[in-house]
Design a protein around this ligand. Structure first.
Ligand code: NAP
Length: 446
């Protein structure tokens, strides 16, 4: 019989952890609690030998006796007392970047959960790691506890990916789920999310879609072998989603989710983050609350949906640990799936070329012929309408309306070009039959 148990190597793998917040302190706790089991699995002990954070006096509920404390993360990254550096400080520049660079420059492997850092400097850091012949792990940077990076780098073999999409921000998913289930407003849900610790005091980064865009940019690079381009993504957040939108979408068989989507098209790579109408029958529509999910459409395995907790100390630390174990086992993969020199320059497919169905909510002036005029403008541009919905109980008042009497009307179009929809809406605004900005939500067939 084959013997699988490895002889235990005498020298432990020495880990330096910079950042002892939510994720860092949880990681240290797990390493200490599960030490025996990890040694059995790895055949080698993993030991946290050095740490770094801002405050020495903060009680982090972890045992730091015998662990060297550093005030400077760069000094920790370069210290001779560690074999692997873990960055859990956060931020796209500053100490996180300086420390990760310092470790890689001396050929020391790095594990990080920092999506902002990866989105901004991922290609340069991958190049640095390759030049130094070392490893850079960032499983926790996208969708927290879901092993999507490993799936893309190692699990899918030669499969070619046509499209990737997902729910990658737990805060937005929590808010949209509660708006749908309980009929409460965006503002109320956000307040609860903040009270429960799911949303930051300043939620802009999450609710405006930028956090999802960072993660999407990293995924798109791994899926399509292109450079990471976080600034070349069409981004719309969820702050304009009203109860009327949720209810009308629901009646029509859809849920509204904040999706990040990337696909290869004839014009380049299309990357977009926006609220999306998804059929209630789709698998992703069932991913509710703070959960995340990433769907990969490939030629060999068709659609693969990975769902699970996208944030939180234990799930995120578990992904960090999975990278540590891989590096300790000697797994060697280019950080971005292919050597950085082979990444293709990013070519953005123009959003105006996007084609799909649209949900359009308008505040129509209550004058005779207004709806007919709008339908006629749509017809002139070849836009076919699938439904026209007027529900007096779902009136959305626009601040621009003043004393003008308006009706809320929702139009659902069949598949059409984004540019055509925008031009038609601009013409409708010029005709003077609507008040305020139309609400435009893309429909995705999944
Ligand atoms: N939290 C999640 O659910 C989650 C999920 C996925 C990815 N991530 C990523 O994981 C990383 C860490 O997130 P977190 O939630 O654990 O953050 P956090 O709770 O804010 O912890 C940050 C830690 O970094 C330390 N720190 C800040 N500036 C420092 C400096 N200049 N020098 C040394 N230490 C410094 C802080 O020290 P003090 O404690 O002394 O203030 C704190 O311990 C981020 O990149 C985040 O995007 C987090």
């Amino acid at each position: 019989m084959q013997e699988f148990s490895e002889p235990v190597e005498l020298t432990p793998l020495r880990i330096g952890v910079a950042g002892l917040g939510n994720v860092g302190a949880t990681l240290v706790r797990i390493l200490q609690k599960d030490g025996v089991e990890l040694t059995r699995k790895l055949g080698r002990q993993i030991e946290v030998t050095a740490v770094c954070a801002r405050s020495r006096s903060r009680d982090r509920k972890i045992d730091l006796s015998g662990v060297t404390w550093f005030d400077d993360p760069v000094a920790l990254a370069k210290s001779d007392d560690i074999d692997l550096f873990v960055e859990l400080i956060g931020g796209e520049d500053g100490p996180a970047l300086a420390a990760v660079k310092a470790a890689l420059e001396i050929g020391r492997p790095v594990v990080t959960a920092n999506k902002a850092l990866l989105a901004r400097h991922g290609v340069a850091l991958a190049r640095l790691a390759e030049e130094a012949g070392t490893q850079l792990g960032f499983e926790a940077a996208v969708a927290g506890g879901i092993p999507v990076i490993k799936t893309l780098r190692e699990g899918l073999g030669s499969a070619s990916i046509a499209r990737v999409y997902g729910i990658m921000n737990g805060t937005c998913n929590y808010i949209l789920t509660r708006m749908g289930n309980e009929g409460i407003s965006f503002a109320e849900c956000l307040k609860d999310a903040q009270a429960l610790g799911y949303a930051e005091a300043d939620p802009t980064f999450d609710v405006e879609g930028y956090d999802t865009a960072h993660k999407l940019a990293i995924l798109a690079s791994l899926c399509f072998g292109c450079e990471i381009a976080p600034d070349e993504i069409f981004v719309e957040g969820i702050t304009r989603i009203s109860q009327a939108d949720i209810k009308v979408a629901g009646d029509l068989g859809y849920k509204i989710k904040l999706l990040g989507l990337a696909r290869r098209s004839a014009d380049g790579i299309e990357q977009r983050v926006h609220p999306t109408l998804v059929p209630k029958s789709s698998a992703i529509a069932g991913v509710d609350g703070v959960l995340n999910a990433v769907a990969l459409e490939t030629d060999h395995v068709h659609e693969l949906l990975l769902a699970g907790p996208g944030a939180g100390g234990p799930p995120t630390a578990s992904s960090v640990l999975s990278d540590i174990l891989d590096i300790a086992r000697g797994t060697k993969v280019p950080p971005l799936g292919v050597p950085s020199a082979e990444l293709t320059p990013y070519v953005q497919a123009p959003m105006r070329e996007h084609e799909g169905g649209y949900y359009i909510r308008l505040n129509l002036k209550d004058v005779p012929g207004a709806l007919a005029a709008i339908a006629s403008r749509m017809g002139e541009r070849g836009i076919s309408l699938e439904s026209v919905i007027q529900r007096p109980d779902l009136r959305v008042t626009d601040p621009a309306a003043d004393n003008t009497q308006t009706r809320t009307v929702v139009l659902l179009t069949q598949s059409t070009m984004e540019a055509t929809v925008r031009e038609t809406l601009a013409q409708i605004a010029l005709d003077g039959f609507i008040v305020g900005e139309p609400q435009l939500i893309r429909i995705e067939t999944l």
